[in-house]
Design a protein around this ligand. Structure first.
Ligand code: IPE
Ligand code: IPE
Ligand code: MG
Length: 255
């Protein structure tokens, strides 16, 4: 497959990339457009999207990525038509039931972020089982962002801090960047080095707002059901060409 990124027009490399990002976040977008461009119902795009997710997880393992966060359902996605939401929930159940054994066998640790209180008890159970079964695995950590919204996550963390201050367990002056990071659901997970979004849209849509402060963004002009290992390698190749400065200055040979 020949794929060019929206930003640089670079081709995917052969073999493994020179520098592998530790944590890659993926905004799996464009399922609906993939389907409607083929005169198929939108849900068919979601079904094909699950196959792309399997390819993505396999590729991430092969490339040696340590953390892969996949945005599978946002806090705002409940506003979609009921039939589409129902199908997305069905596909999550199917994925957890059908793929958990293989994820476990390949040493993948599953972690789920997002609000669980308003999910149905059977889905909550499946999510908890996936985390419990794979807790001690040491390979790729697959972070599933389901019913996730970054603003909601930050608001909840701030509310918990406010409770601790009100109860006298914390002083206002103790509240800082690290404390907020540790109170987010991603506590213990390094910030994403690279965030990839398919479908050509160039926005975060409430994904990892706090954690993405210094992430590199790569926007791929393909829809999610067409995603494969070449696409991931292409995004990583673009990432390796970026210079991350974290507010500092360009590394130069010096005077
Ligand atoms: C991404 O594809 C899947 C989810 C958001 C769950 P979309 O369904 O957003 O596809 P488009 O953006 O409408 O094409
Ligand atoms: C973001 O995609 C959410 C997921 C990929 C799960 P959306 O399709 O919901 O985002 P918008 O509405 O285009 O911003
Ligand atoms: Mg979309």
């Amino acid at each position: 497959m020949s794929l060019r990124t929206a930003t640089s027009g670079a081709a995917a490399p052969e073999g493994l990339p020179a520098a592998v990002p530790v944590h890659v976040g993926v905004i799996m977008d464009g399922n609906g457009r993939w389907a409607t461009s083929r005169k198929l119902p939108r849900v068919e795009g979601h079904r094909r999207g699950v196959e792309a997710l399997r390819r993505c997880v396999r590729a991430a393992r092969e490339i040696g990525i340590r953390f892969l966060t996949i945005y599978s359902f946002s806090s705002e996605n409940w506003s979609r038509p009921l039939g589409e939401v129902t199908e997305l929930l069905r596909l999550l159940r199917l994925f957890l039931r059908n793929d958990l054994a293989e994820l476990n066998a390949t040493n993948v640790r599953v972690k789920v972020i997002g609000e669980r209180a308003n999910l149905s008890p059977d889905i909550r159970q499946l999510l908890a089982d996936a985390e419990a079964l794979t807790r001690d695995n040491t390979g790729l950590t697959l972070v599933v962002a389901f019913n996730y919204g970054s603003r909601q996550e930050i608001a909840a963390a701030v509310a918990r801090i406010a409770q601790d201050v009100a109860a006298g367990r914390l002083k206002p002056e103790d509240v800082g960047v690290d404390m907020i990071s540790q109170r987010l659901e991603t506590a213990g997970i390094p910030d994403p080095d690279l965030i990839v979004r398919t479908s050509g849209e160039q926005r975060l849509s409430n994904f990892l707002l706090w954690q993405a402060a210094y992430s590199e963004f790569v926007f791929l002009p393909i829809n999610w059901p067409d995603f494969d290992k070449d696409a991931l390698l292409c995004a990583i190749a673009e990432y390796t060409r970026r210079e991350r400065r974290f507010g500092g200055v360009t590394k130069s040979p010096g005077p």
